[in-house]
Design a protein around this ligand. Structure first.
Ligand code: BGC
Length: 257
């Protein structure tokens, strides 16, 4: 790809869409973050209009990396649990390229957050063994790394727990909606993480999403053999990791064009 220094990183979430130019070498934002609400309904055309506004905001002409809350392979969206169903089987790379006039790479949002943490955050010294990054927000996202290399599009937030989609029981949005105590919610998160640990024995679990800032409240209710740490980059990880889709070393780990 040759020496790209800055990429516009965009993180599409269930409630907000956030962007910032990111320096690929340092993993830092090169300008202040810009946030707009996710349109409701979150139809592709309306989200593309928001992406175009963000590109205009930074007068951006370079590459764009975008995190999307669903399975994305070769730029095509295959699932969208918390967004409009019009996304299914749509070429998101092509849609955003048309809306912005820039080259765009769209990848899964949890994979993006994991790439940021593995390269610049809580996972940077853990490039040996198995690491699970798990994000709690509107949905539950996962990214799995073996010796620092990503296995893209794992969707362990949707395993079945107590006969239900785990995401429906343990996401951060459920804690707010049902007014769960930290102990109640932490117990649900523990249940999910213990199950995942029984499946593939991670050495390290990095817990991310906005709720990770309150980790002291619920980590006491989580009992794993793996080491458990909060994400270091909080809500910047999604933006920074999306930009990393254009990094020379990282693009080889992704399912791009
Ligand atoms: C989606 C994942 C996504 C996660 C976090 C889940 O509902 O299936 O692809 O990573 O939400 O946004």
């Amino acid at each position: 790809m040759g020496n790209i220094m800055e990429v516009l990183g965009i993180d599409i979430g269930g409630s907000g869409i956030k962007a910032a130019p990111v320096n690929l070498q340092s993993g830092e934002m090169a300008a202040e973050r810009f946030r707009l609400e996710t349109p409701d309904p979150s139809k592709p055309k309306r989200v593309a209009e928001v992406i175009a506004k963000m590109t205009d905001h930074y007068q951006w002409k370079g590459k764009i990396g975008c995190g999307f809350p669903g399975i994305v392979r070769h730029g095509i969206v295959h699932t969208a649990a918390n967004l409009h169903k019009g996304w299914l089987e749509l070429n998101a790379d092509a849609l955003f390229e048309k809306a912005t006039g820039c080259d765009v790479r769209v990848i899964n949002d949890a994979d993006a957050a994991g790439l940021a943490e593995m390269n610049f955050g809580a996972g940077r010294d853990h490039h040996k063994g198995v690491v699970l990054m798990i994000t709690f927000g509107t949905g539950i996202g996962t990214a799995v790394f073996l010796n620092g290399v990503l296995l893209p599009n794992t969707e362990f937030g949707h395993v079945e727990l107590d006969g239900k989609d785990a995401e429906k029981r343990a996401t951060a949005a459920v804690r707010d909606r049902k007014n769960l105590t930290w102990e109640e919610w932490g117990g649900r998160v523990n249940h999910l993480l213990c199950y995942l640990e029984s499946l593939f024995s991670p050495d390290l679990v990095i817990l991310g999403g906005g709720v990770s800032k309150d980790y002291k409240e619920f980590f006491p209710f989580i009992h794993l053999n793996a080491k458990l740490v909060p994400a270091e980059m909080r809500n910047q990880a999604g933006i920074i990791g999306a930009a990393l889709a254009w990094s020379d070393e990282i693009e080889q780990q992704l399912v791009l064009e």
